[in-house]
Design a protein around this ligand. Structure first.
Ligand code: GDP
Ligand code: FE
Ligand code: FE
Ligand code: FE
Length: 187
Protein backbone atom coordinates (compact mmCIF):
# COMPACT_ATOMS: atom_id res chain seq x y z
CA UNK A 1 0.00 0.00 0.00
CA UNK A 2 1.24 3.47 -0.87
CA UNK A 3 1.84 6.04 1.87
CA UNK A 4 -0.81 8.49 0.62
CA UNK A 5 -3.46 5.77 0.43
CA UNK A 6 -2.65 4.58 3.96
CA UNK A 7 -2.70 8.12 5.37
CA UNK A 8 -6.04 8.80 3.67
CA UNK A 9 -7.53 5.69 5.34
CA UNK A 10 -6.28 6.64 8.78
CA UNK A 11 -7.04 10.38 8.71
CA UNK A 12 -10.84 10.18 9.17
CA UNK A 13 -10.33 7.75 12.10
CA UNK A 14 -8.24 10.23 14.12
CA UNK A 15 -8.44 13.74 15.54
CA UNK A 16 -6.14 16.26 13.87
CA UNK A 17 -3.58 16.23 16.73
CA UNK A 18 -3.45 12.42 16.67
CA UNK A 19 -3.06 12.43 12.89
CA UNK A 20 -0.14 14.88 13.21
CA UNK A 21 1.41 12.57 15.83
CA UNK A 22 0.95 9.65 13.42
CA UNK A 23 2.83 11.46 10.65
CA UNK A 24 5.70 12.24 13.04
CA UNK A 25 5.79 8.59 14.22
CA UNK A 26 5.95 7.55 10.55
CA UNK A 27 8.90 9.86 9.83
CA UNK A 28 10.72 8.79 12.99
CA UNK A 29 10.05 5.09 12.36
CA UNK A 30 11.44 5.29 8.82
CA UNK A 31 14.61 6.96 10.12
CA UNK A 32 15.02 4.31 12.83
CA UNK A 33 14.40 1.58 10.26
CA UNK A 34 17.10 3.03 8.01
CA UNK A 35 19.49 3.27 10.96
CA UNK A 36 18.97 -0.33 12.09
CA UNK A 37 18.40 -2.17 8.79
CA UNK A 38 14.69 -2.78 9.33
CA UNK A 39 12.22 -2.96 6.41
CA UNK A 40 11.34 0.72 5.82
CA UNK A 41 8.09 -0.02 4.03
CA UNK A 42 6.80 -2.15 6.91
CA UNK A 43 7.87 0.53 9.39
CA UNK A 44 6.01 3.15 7.35
CA UNK A 45 2.74 1.18 7.17
CA UNK A 46 2.88 0.00 10.81
CA UNK A 47 3.50 3.56 12.01
CA UNK A 48 0.66 4.98 9.93
CA UNK A 49 -1.81 2.46 11.41
CA UNK A 50 -0.38 2.14 14.96
CA UNK A 51 -3.11 4.31 16.60
CA UNK A 52 -5.90 3.31 14.17
CA UNK A 53 -8.23 2.23 17.03
CA UNK A 54 -7.37 5.10 19.40
CA UNK A 55 -10.84 6.68 19.19
CA UNK A 56 -13.01 3.57 19.09
CA UNK A 57 -15.66 3.59 21.81
CA UNK A 58 -14.57 1.68 24.92
CA UNK A 59 -17.56 -0.67 24.66
CA UNK A 60 -16.67 -1.58 21.08
CA UNK A 61 -13.05 -2.29 22.03
CA UNK A 62 -14.25 -4.43 24.95
CA UNK A 63 -16.45 -6.44 22.58
CA UNK A 64 -13.55 -7.05 20.17
CA UNK A 65 -11.42 -8.35 23.07
CA UNK A 66 -14.25 -10.59 24.29
CA UNK A 67 -15.16 -12.04 20.89
CA UNK A 68 -11.79 -12.50 19.15
CA UNK A 69 -8.52 -14.22 20.05
CA UNK A 70 -7.12 -11.31 22.04
CA UNK A 71 -5.70 -11.67 25.58
CA UNK A 72 -8.60 -11.53 28.03
CA UNK A 73 -6.39 -10.17 30.83
CA UNK A 74 -6.48 -6.81 29.00
CA UNK A 75 -10.01 -6.38 30.35
CA UNK A 76 -8.59 -6.12 33.88
CA UNK A 77 -6.29 -3.24 32.87
CA UNK A 78 -6.86 0.33 31.77
CA UNK A 79 -8.74 0.74 28.48
CA UNK A 80 -5.88 2.94 27.25
CA UNK A 81 -4.02 -0.37 26.70
CA UNK A 82 -6.73 -1.75 24.40
CA UNK A 83 -6.20 0.35 21.26
CA UNK A 84 -3.03 -1.50 20.21
CA UNK A 85 -4.38 -5.08 20.31
CA UNK A 86 -7.79 -4.01 18.99
CA UNK A 87 -6.12 -1.83 16.36
CA UNK A 88 -4.16 -4.81 15.04
CA UNK A 89 -7.44 -6.75 14.64
CA UNK A 90 -9.23 -3.85 12.94
CA UNK A 91 -6.35 -3.06 10.59
CA UNK A 92 -6.50 -6.69 9.49
CA UNK A 93 -10.29 -6.85 9.10
CA UNK A 94 -11.16 -3.34 7.92
CA UNK A 95 -8.04 -2.34 6.01
CA UNK A 96 -7.06 -5.82 4.81
CA UNK A 97 -3.44 -5.79 5.96
CA UNK A 98 -2.42 -9.37 6.78
CA UNK A 99 1.33 -9.01 7.30
CA UNK A 100 1.91 -10.61 10.72
CA UNK A 101 5.01 -8.51 11.51
CA UNK A 102 3.14 -5.26 10.85
CA UNK A 103 0.08 -6.40 12.83
CA UNK A 104 2.23 -7.52 15.79
CA UNK A 105 4.07 -4.21 15.93
CA UNK A 106 0.71 -2.40 16.06
CA UNK A 107 -0.57 -4.84 18.71
CA UNK A 108 2.39 -4.31 21.04
CA UNK A 109 3.20 -0.65 20.39
CA UNK A 110 1.99 0.56 23.82
CA UNK A 111 3.33 -2.19 26.11
CA UNK A 112 6.06 -3.93 24.16
CA UNK A 113 6.43 -7.67 24.85
CA UNK A 114 9.09 -10.24 25.52
CA UNK A 115 11.02 -11.17 22.35
CA UNK A 116 10.20 -7.95 20.50
CA UNK A 117 11.05 -8.06 16.80
CA UNK A 118 13.23 -5.28 15.37
CA UNK A 119 10.08 -3.84 13.75
CA UNK A 120 8.26 -3.93 17.14
CA UNK A 121 11.16 -1.98 18.64
CA UNK A 122 11.17 0.61 15.86
CA UNK A 123 7.44 1.33 16.27
CA UNK A 124 7.54 1.25 20.09
CA UNK A 125 10.47 3.68 20.18
CA UNK A 126 9.26 5.97 17.36
CA UNK A 127 5.95 6.38 19.23
CA UNK A 128 7.89 7.38 22.36
CA UNK A 129 10.47 9.76 20.86
CA UNK A 130 8.62 11.44 17.96
CA UNK A 131 9.45 15.18 18.02
CA UNK A 132 6.05 16.24 19.41
CA UNK A 133 6.45 14.22 22.64
CA UNK A 134 7.31 15.72 26.01
CA UNK A 135 8.14 13.17 28.70
CA UNK A 136 10.55 13.50 31.65
CA UNK A 137 13.90 12.04 30.63
CA UNK A 138 13.02 12.07 26.96
CA UNK A 139 16.17 13.79 25.68
CA UNK A 140 18.33 10.94 27.04
CA UNK A 141 16.07 8.37 25.38
CA UNK A 142 16.26 10.31 22.10
CA UNK A 143 20.07 10.26 22.25
CA UNK A 144 20.16 6.54 23.01
CA UNK A 145 17.61 5.73 20.30
CA UNK A 146 20.05 6.60 17.50
CA UNK A 147 22.97 4.76 19.14
CA UNK A 148 21.44 1.44 20.19
CA UNK A 149 17.90 0.26 19.41
CA UNK A 150 17.69 -2.09 22.41
CA UNK A 151 19.04 0.45 24.84
CA UNK A 152 16.64 3.12 23.56
CA UNK A 153 13.66 0.77 23.96
CA UNK A 154 14.86 -0.29 27.40
CA UNK A 155 15.04 3.35 28.51
CA UNK A 156 11.56 4.06 27.11
CA UNK A 157 10.12 1.01 28.89
CA UNK A 158 11.89 1.96 32.13
CA UNK A 159 10.61 5.56 31.97
CA UNK A 160 7.06 4.37 31.32
CA UNK A 161 7.17 1.95 34.27
CA UNK A 162 8.64 4.60 36.56
CA UNK A 163 6.02 7.12 35.44
CA UNK A 164 3.17 4.68 36.02
CA UNK A 165 4.52 3.64 39.43
CA UNK A 166 4.86 7.30 40.47
CA UNK A 167 1.12 7.61 39.72
CA UNK A 168 0.32 4.36 41.60
CA UNK A 169 -0.99 2.87 38.33
CA UNK A 170 -1.16 -0.87 37.66
CA UNK A 171 1.33 -2.11 35.08
CA UNK A 172 0.40 -4.67 32.45
CA UNK A 173 2.62 -7.80 32.57
CA UNK A 174 3.81 -7.40 28.96
CA UNK A 175 5.24 -4.00 29.90
CA UNK A 176 7.43 -5.75 32.49
CA UNK A 177 8.20 -8.55 30.02
CA UNK A 178 9.48 -5.98 27.54
CA UNK A 179 11.60 -4.26 30.17
CA UNK A 180 13.09 -7.55 31.40
CA UNK A 181 13.85 -8.87 27.93
CA UNK A 182 15.47 -5.59 26.90
CA UNK A 183 17.53 -5.58 30.11
CA UNK A 184 19.04 -8.90 29.10
CA UNK A 185 19.51 -7.67 25.53
CA UNK A 186 21.59 -4.79 26.91
CA UNK A 187 24.21 -7.05 28.36
P1 GDP B 1 -0.25 6.99 22.25
O1 GDP B 1 -1.35 6.06 21.86
O2 GDP B 1 0.50 7.52 21.07
O3 GDP B 1 -0.72 8.11 23.16
O4 GDP B 1 0.84 6.21 23.11
P2 GDP B 1 0.87 4.71 23.71
O5 GDP B 1 -0.03 3.83 22.94
O6 GDP B 1 2.29 4.30 23.81
O7 GDP B 1 0.44 4.88 25.24
C1 GDP B 1 -0.81 5.12 25.75
C2 GDP B 1 -0.71 5.22 27.26
O8 GDP B 1 -0.57 3.95 27.88
C3 GDP B 1 0.45 6.06 27.79
O9 GDP B 1 -0.09 7.08 28.62
C4 GDP B 1 1.27 5.08 28.63
O10 GDP B 1 1.84 5.69 29.77
C5 GDP B 1 0.25 4.07 29.01
N1 GDP B 1 0.82 2.76 29.34
C6 GDP B 1 1.84 2.11 28.76
N2 GDP B 1 2.08 0.92 29.36
C7 GDP B 1 1.16 0.81 30.37
C8 GDP B 1 0.88 -0.18 31.36
O11 GDP B 1 1.54 -1.23 31.46
N3 GDP B 1 -0.15 0.07 32.22
C9 GDP B 1 -0.89 1.21 32.16
N4 GDP B 1 -1.88 1.41 33.03
N5 GDP B 1 -0.66 2.16 31.23
C10 GDP B 1 0.35 1.97 30.35
FE1 FE C 1 -0.92 4.27 20.91
FE1 FE D 1 4.13 4.10 23.08
FE1 FE E 1 0.95 6.72 19.17
Amino acid sequence: MERDEALAIVKPKLKQERYDHTVRVMETAIQLAQTYGVDEKKAEIAAIFHDYAKYRPIDEMRRWIQTTYLPKDLLHYHHELWHGPVGAKLVEREVGIHDREILDSIHYHTTGRSHMSALDKVIFLADYIEPGRKFPGLSDVRDAAWMDLNHGCWMAAKNTIQFLMSKNQPIYPETFNAYNALTKANK
